[in-house]
Design a protein around this ligand. Structure first.
Ligand code: MLT
Length: 251
């Protein structure tokens, strides 16, 4: 039973919370799905200045411990993927399989790091709604922005209600994250790599190349979706997830 229906731990991206996974949580109800919020994003302990991918990874292992789950399939989107790489470095024994959505293994460039610092200033000065407005055009694909106003409204509302200390902690943790490219060749559990064809933050070509570096990984490109493919084309993403969860051999 445990092998057929493994627990799934969903790790959200930035600037989002667990609600980004609502379409998956609804559809994948036969699996035990856990979708926590990262620290400080919606409440709880605010991250201090030293927040890092390691802090998030340890927090999430604590969530599994509290739920008495030994190993899970970890599904991370973008920043959730960055955290997943850290989990693979620190706690590989807790990982039964990986789903990497709209993410990348490379660290920030110097320009990217400066962009994080600029966003920290925006968050501290103007609040979460300003971060939402800045990032929305990049988060959603051109098709979603033109044809799915309800998705645009959902993401805007979700990003606007987040707490500034959590946003700042996440921005600094992303800025300082290490290069995870060496982790790719070491992944020895079943892997699904999935991304939107219109993703500007983690472009499809990079996602495909990443999948090629992971032994046995399945790659799925989601048409007419941007960086938030699971929210933009939930029916296609859910199909890919179900197929992976039912057919991968988790050991
Ligand atoms: C995310 O969706 O988590 C962010 O876009 C990641 C990033 O800014 O690098």
């Amino acid at each position: 039973m445990a092998e057929t229906y493994p627990a799934i731990l969903f790790v959200h991206g930035f600037p989002l919370d667990h609600e980004q996974w609502r379409p998956q949580l609804t559809r994948l109800s036969r699996w035990r799905c856990i979708a926590p919020d990262l620290r400080g994003i919606t409440g709880g302990a605010a991250p201090d200045g030293a927040c890092s991918m390691g802090v998030y990874a340890d927090d999430l292992v604590g969530v599994l411990d509290a739920a008495r789950i030994d190993r899970a399939v970890w599904c991370g989107l973008s920043m959730g993927g960055y955290i997943l790489f850290e989990v693979l470095r620190r706690h590989p024994e807790r990982v039964l399989g990986v789903v990497l959505c709209d993410t990348k293994a490379e660290p920030d460039s110097a320009e990217g790091k400066a962009g994080r610092d600029e966003l920290v200033r925006v968050a501290e000065r103007d609040g979460a709604a300003a971060i939402a407005e800045r990032l929305l055009p990049k988060l959603l694909g051109t098709t979603t922005r033109a044809e799915r106003p309800e998705v645009v409204a959902t993401v805007r509302a979700m990003a606007s209600r987040l707490l500034v200390p959590g946003l700042v902690g996440a921005l600094r943790a992303m800025r300082d994250r290490p290069d995870s490219a060496p982790v790719l060749e070491q992944i020895s559990v079943p892997a699904l790599v999935l991304g939107g064809s219109e993703d500007e933050i983690s472009p499809a070509a990079g996602m495909r190349a990443m999948a090629q570096r992971i032994r046995g990984a399945t790659y799925v490109e989601v048409p007419e979706a941007g960086h938030l493919a699971p929210l933009e084309r939930p029916e296609l993403v859910n199909e890919a997830l179900e197929d992976f969860l039912l057919h991968a051999s988790f050991r």
